[in-house]
Design a protein around this ligand. Structure first.
Ligand code: CTP
Ligand code: MG
Length: 228
């Protein structure tokens, strides 16, 4: 039984703005996704890393990826949504992976992931019958808004977690779940829809998803301070 990484990187980064998809924005002198790939190709237990790009991606070829030679395959099969990109990527792997192999799906935009984060996920989920995901318990008090921007009420935060990635599930189960429920925003959501209960593995906020312009500065700070 093997571990494979699948990285959806076919998004347009509309919330980030600008003409360049966020996975290619410069971060400490490299395209953002380079940092994501550096971590996942650096996990010895992961057999191979697969990246899903948009069919029309014009950016990938402009960079040097030789750091990851032999550890990385690129697929130009992204779809209109993240879930579609993951489904297309999983189908592309059909002849390369076994049904019971683990697939770790990880957002290209979570570029501050560490080998330690992945190690914790593998240790806590590696023999789980369902699978699991990195996540963080909600720390703030949560408010539900009315349409006029005022507070309608407070949402109890007890037991609430913010889902991150990687999310790891068995190949066959994951593809079947996503094909049944392609409107989900993460893999766990599709598994939940089958009546199963993925395991939550506590991570931390440094595994942020770069979404808004300020997140890029936060990611830069996190990477720079780790290096010291
Ligand atoms: N993604 C993808 N295919 C899509 C949409 C998203 O592979 N059709 C990927 C993104 O490239 C990203 C990850 O899924 O690595 C998480 O998505 P998100 O943060 O929403 O990125 P974007 O969709 O690019 O950003 P936005 O929603 O702001 O447009
Ligand atoms: Mg998106």
């Amino acid at each position: 039984m093997k571990y494979h990484a699948l990285i959806p990187a076919a998004g347009g980064g509309t919330r980030m703005g600008g003409g360049t998809p966020k996975q290619y924005l410069p971060l400490t002198g490299r395209p953002l996704i380079w940092h994501t790939l550096k971590t996942l190709t650096g996990v010895a237990a992961i057999d191979h890393v697969h990246v899903v790009l948009a069919p029309e991606d014009e950016f990938w070829g402009g960079y040097d990826w030789s750091d990851f030679k032999g550890r990385l395959t690129v697929w130009h099969c992204g779809g209109a949504t993240r879930a579609e990109s993951v489904i297309h990527g999983l189908r592309a792997l059909q002849s390369l992976v076994a049904g019971d192999d683990w697939v770790l799906v990880h957002d290209a935009a979570r570029c501050c992931l560490t080998v330690e984060h992945v190690g914790k996920l593998l240790a806590e989920v590696g023999d789980d019958p369902v699978g699991g995901l990195l996540a963080v318990p909600v720390a703030d008090t949560l408010k539900r808004a009315q349409t006029d921007g005022r507070v309608a009420g407070t949402v109890a935060r007890e037991g609430l977690w913010q889902a991150q990635t990687p999310q790891m599930f068995r190949y066959r189960m994951l593809l079947e779940a996503l094909e049944r429920m392609p409107e989900v925003t993460d893999e766990a959501g599709a598994i939940e829809a089958m009546g199963l209960h993925p395991k939550l593995v506590a991570a931390d906020m440094t595994n942020l998803k770069v979404t808004w312009p300020l997140d890029l500065q936060l990611a830069e700070w996190i990477l720079a301070n780790r290096r010291q």
